[in-house]
Design a protein around this ligand. Structure first.
Ligand SMILES: [Zn+2]
Length: 411
């Protein structure tokens, strides 16, 4: 729902209240919260698709945020709970115009299925952020009152809260009662990563919605499958353009690593794009030679805010066409995360395979059961799990071949 829609509800509901009680100094008050957002990867999306999300840095609804409304006199908490996921508002509270109220917001939110995101500050004795938005609030009418957590001088906390919360708002599958821990601090080397226990966001990641949602995707899949990861980025003979010491859109990896990164990229794409579109946009931080003509591609409309946009519908088998090592005809144990992103997107957007089903496929393939995945069997394990989750072999095989993820060792 956009801001205009929210304001419309406000007016209608306020009219409803006014006929009920207008003379007392007690008022029925809903207090509503916004995050000020300062993403670096908004506003330049390629496709003005209806339903794409966070395409600008307008205020974002503080969905499910934990807030406290305290009567200053007596320090009495009128409300200390999560606001509504859709509106970002408290339920009606009875507040009296003679008192001052203190309004506090915390960096914690409860989204659908009682899943919680906690954004915390430091490794040692981690704690939530809290911000007092007013200490002198007094109602003067029934209705809705709005408060915004400004990003200025807030260490990107409202931006991160908006991005991680919206990720879970959009894609929670059938996880219930889980807590996602997000640290406003980079892992070693200031990188953004999911460690298996928590997400850490580095200097760049805490401003990129696609990065935040990527790490939330790792965390979601991990919680859904209930098992750890089975991957490494130690494939050193990368024949693509991408880096050899980490992973990226244009790097060649062992298949387990490519699949693990690809499903997180897919999750991120599905958070920010209209899922009806076959050509979703992915805002990436690096230029990639997508068509392998020697020049870097992706649009970069703002040289002060480098951002490169790639389509999920590019129709290229990236690894097969770019990473053609002489000694690796159809390398059976290798993969590319961008190929996996487009593969899952095609199943999702074109074949109506839900996020929930995709997470079940991963869970059933189970990367860390006692047999374990190998880079030669990862693809086949996912394929078997997909078939037992109702996807036809023909459908799977078609899109796998289209996107070039079908690399495996024959039994
Ligand atoms: Zn990742």
């Amino acid at each position: 729902m956009n801001k205009t829609g929210v304001l419309m509800i406000v007016i209608l509901t306020t009219l409803g209240f006014s006929s009920k009680n207008s003379s007392a100094t007690e008022y029925d008050v809903n207090i509503c919260f916004w995050y000020e957002a300062a993403f670096s990867d908004t506003g330049t999306i390629q496709d003005p698709g209806v339903g794409d999300h966070f395409r600008n840095n307008n205020y974002k609804i503080a969905r499910g945020a934990k807030v406290k409304v305290t009567r200053v006199f007596g320090n009495w908490d009128v409300f200390f709970d999560y606001v509504d996921v859709e509106s970002g508002c408290t339920p009606p509270l009875t507040l009296n115009s003679i008192w001052n109220y203190r309004i506090t917001i915390y960096s914690e939110a409860k989204l659908q299925n009682s899943n919680i995101v906690k954004l915390r500050n430091y490794w040692e004795a981690p704690s939530l952020y809290a911000r007092v938005l007013s200490s002198t609030f007094k109602p003067n009418a029934n209705g809705f009152y709005f408060f915004t957590w400004d990003d200025y001088d807030a260490d990107w906390v409202p931006t991160i809260a908006a991005g991680t919360g919206f990720s879970l708002y959009r894609n929670h599958g059938d996880t219930y009662f889980e807590t996602f821990y997000v640290y406003n601090y980079g892992c070693d080397g200031d990188i953004s990563a999911f460690t298996g226990e928590y997400i850490c966001l580095g200097t760049a990641g805490r401003r990129r919605r696609f990065s935040m949602a990527h790490e939330m995707g790792h965390n979601f899949i991990y919680l859904q499958a209930g098992v750890g990861r089975a991957y490494g980025y130690d494939y050193a003979s990368n024949e693509c353009e991408g880096p050899v010491d980490s992973h990226s859109f244009d790097s060649q990896e062992f298949q387990r690593a490519a699949a693990w990164e690809g499903i997180a990229q897919f999750y991120s794409a599905s958070v920010w794009n209209n899922e009806e579109e076959t050509n979703c946009d992915f805002d990436y931080y690096r230029a990639v030679d997508m068509d392998h003509d020697g020049d870097l591609d992706g649009e970069n409309p703002d040289p002060w805010n480098p951002l490169y946009i790639y389509s999920c519908d590019y129709g290229v088998q990236f690894m097969d066409s770019h990473c053609d090592a002489d000694d690796q005809e159809n390398p059976p144990t290798l993969g590319n995360e961008f190929d996996w992103l487009r593969f899952w997107w095609d199943l999702h957007a074109r074949e109506d395979v839900s996020i929930t089903t995709i997470s079940h496929i991963w869970e059933e393939a189970n990367p860390d059961d006692e047999d374990g995945w190998t880079d030669g069997t990862a693809y086949l394990r996912l394929r078997s799990a997909a078939i037992s989750n109702g996807i036809s072999a023909n459908t799977w095989d078609y899109w796998a071949a289209q996107n070039g993820v079908d690399h495996y060792l024959e039994d």
